[in-house]
Ligand binder design. Structure first.
Ligand code: ADP
Ligand code: MG
Length: 612
């Protein structure tokens, strides 16, 4: 019989991190953290197979699902010592969607599910904090109405604002238990008025409503669009995570936050993150209050006055540092983490490999290998060629002023400044005379190659990320903005026009291929850094190449890419759309072999000419 529901919490779990396809990323990692013995609020995951079943069977669940969920919920009640729907001792849960890959198109999380007019009284008694109970209830009504019943936030904001105005208060924290109680009553009346139905009071009806909404959101327009953009098959489905609530909004010894085990923009090996005292999960992202730094060093760097978590809650901070350290060594990569502290007790709510910039990816890979966490080969394979390539280009000085003419697609990274030319032969002639040029074309074709090579950068009015211009530009290492649809080229007049503004051949423009921007005039640039981590990684790649590990690249093109980076035999080939022409391969190889800065720079100049 198919297992549709996987439990986690209380030091064990039915699933683990390897089961992302079945449990989704969030569910698989919650299971893994539980098995590691980390403090995870107990819960269960309804698998992606249920989602697939649901759509294959006219939006119906497998017959056993109701019983399976009931059994899983009973286990959670057992571990937590509370009962779902109980008035005296109510268990509350969150309902969280979770596909294999994180998907912004999916349903938002519902927190505090299980609250109703009776259980809210139980929560008030149990916590000894009536204000907290009604604050939680009004949050639940807003979230559930919004994501499950389809009644927008703004309706609730309006009611809240009316109350605040009448009471003469400006921030939510000034509202008392009695105030929230009245607001809750008005919220319920609002739902009934707008939807013609009372807000659901039965916790089980609430639960199934939220579960259904997660599965429904798999087919909403946002999710469909996102799947198309990222080649995610519809057949994958999403999982649903139901998890017992922990509360970061139970006073000054409670908090909620997010953390990265290393700095995601610089890669620096320092805990990085933000938290809010006396708040629930969504407050950190919602921007209602400004979060504070996790560490004392972070606070000082940001010049914040409010205490960091390290200073405000030193004991639980110490535990947290210990836990995130364990997570990073376990997953052997930088982690992006969500957590909550409930009255001095730490709870882990999510972990995943953190997204990072190219620069950070390089530093983290080199550092992890140097720390012995991963091998050198793995270190090399952790840096995508596209990221490395990005680091090899000059970039626009972030402090320089940008006057944007128009934007298109970020077809090939790097920045370049030059005079406008409209013709490949002209580009070649100008380059021979020592002029830097930007080739601007409707689109490019194979006859334009020599001109593209001679140009510092390429702009096209038509074409996507895999257009001729984009593919060739990436291969040559030329910055390129493609599909800048506002550009109208007049070949005869030797001009292009953008919304009425005319630019003539010979005028200077700058392009930022990483952002897809076309800019007025010359913009200051900064040189790529070839020292430090880059040099280290190149040296490792060279070592490995000398060891003649056989290429495991999947296609001849990939193998070529791998060889290009001197990393013969290493998985340096995950990005499909990287094409390198022979000049580029030769130059990168030369750069790897050069044993001094001047040699590397000379080699780089051949593929990424730097302009002062
Ligand atoms: P997203 O994918 O948008 O981050 P999540 O499901 O991770 O959505 O949750 C949104 C917020 O709610 C996060 O801050 C998360 O930590 C918090 N959260 C989710 N489940 C719980 C829970 N059971 N107890 C407390 N906070 C929770
Ligand atoms: Mg999350």
């Amino acid at each position: 019989m198919t297992k549709w529901v996987y439990g986690f919490g209380g030091g064990s779990a039915d699933g683990d991190a390897s089961m992302k396809n079945l449990l989704g990323g969030k569910g698989a990692n919650l299971a893994e953290m539980s098995s590691l013995g980390l403090p995870v609020p107990p819960g269960f995951t309804i698998t992606t197979e249920v989602c697939t079943y649901y759509y294959a069977n006219g939006e119906a669940y497998p017959a056993e699902l109701v019983a399976d969920v009931k059994a899983a919920l009973a286990k959670v009640e057992n571990v937590v010592g509370k009962t779902f729907g109980s008035v005296e001792n109510p268990l509350l849960v969150s309902v969280r969607s979770g596909a294999r890959a994180s998907m912004p198109g999916m349903m938002d999380t519902v927190l505090n599910l299980g609250l109703n007019d009776e259980t809210v009284e139980g929560l008030a008694k149990l916590s000894g904090d009536r204000r907290f109970a009604f604050d939680s209830y009004r949050r639940f009504i807003t979230m559930y109405s919004n994501v499950v019943l389809g009644l927008g936030h703004d309706h609730f904001e309006e009611v809240l604002d009316e109350h605040k105005e009448r009471l003469g208060v400006s921030v939510d924290t000034e509202l008392t238990a009695e105030n929230w109680e009245k607001i809750v009553a008005d919220y319920k009346a609002l739902v009934e008025r707008e939807l013609g139905k009372a807000f659901p009071q039965d916790p089980h009806a609430q639960l199934w409503g939220a579960v259904g909404a997660v599965f429904e959101s798999w087919m909403n327009d946002r999710a469909k669009f996102y799947r198309r953009m990222h080649d995610i098959p519809e057949s994958w489905g999403t999982a649903v995570n139901v998890q017992s609530m922990v509360f970061g909004n139970m006073g000054e010894t409670s908090a909620t936050g997010v953390a990265f085990t290393r700095n995601p923009s610089t890669g620096e090996n320092k805990l990085y993150g933000e938290f809010l005292i006396n708040a629930q999960g969504e407050d950190v992202v919602a921007g209602i209050r400004t979060p504070q730094s996790l560490t004392k060093a972070g606070r000082e760097e940001m010049g914040e006055t409010a205490l960091s978590m390290e200073e405000a809650m030193p004991v639980v901070f110490g535990q947290f540092v210990d836990v995130v350290g364990r997570l990073e060594s376990h997953y052997r990569d930088m982690q992006d983490i969500e957590f909550t502290v409930e009255q001095g007790r730490l709870w882990m709510l999510q972990t995943r490999n953190g997204k990072r910039t190219a620069k950070s990816a390089l530093k983290i890979a080199v550092d992890l290998a140097a720390e012995g966490v991963i091998s050198k080969e793995e270190g090399i394979s952790r840096v995508e060629p596209a990221a490395l390539d990005q680091l090899l280009h000059p970039t626009l000085d972030p402090k320089a002023e940008r006057k944007i003419i128009t934007t298109g697609l970020p077809a090939s990274p790097g920045a370049a400044t030059g005079k406008i030319v409209f013709d490949a032969d002209e580009a070649e002639r100008a380059a021979q005379n020592g002029d830097a040029v930007i080739l601007v074309r409707e689109e490019t074709s194979p006859e334009d190659i020599h001109g593209m090579h001679a140009a510092r950068g390429i702009v096209t009015a038509r074409g996507g990320m895999t257009s001729h211009a984009a593919v060739v530009a990436r291969g040559m290492g030329r910055p390129c903005v493609s599909g800048a649809g506002d550009i109208r080229i007049d070949d005869k007049a030797g001009t292009f026009t953008v919304r009425g503004r005319v630019f003539k051949a010979g005028e200077v423009i700058t392009i930022d291929g990483a952002k897809g921007e076309v800019l007025e005039g010359a913009v200051a640039m900064i040189e790529p850094e070839l020292t430090g981590d880059f040099q280290t990684l190149m040296a490792w790649a060279d070592d490995v190449r000398r060891l003649k590990v056989r290429a495991n690249a999947e296609t001849p093109l990939d193998a070529k890419t791998a060889r290009g980076f001197g990393a013969e035999g290493i998985g340096l080939c995950r990005t499909e759309h990287m094409f390198f022409d022979d000049t580029r391969i030769a130059a990168v190889r030369e750069m790897i072999l050069a044993d001094n800065e001047a040699g590397r720079r000379a080699a780089l100049a051949k593929i990424a000419p730097f302009q002062k």
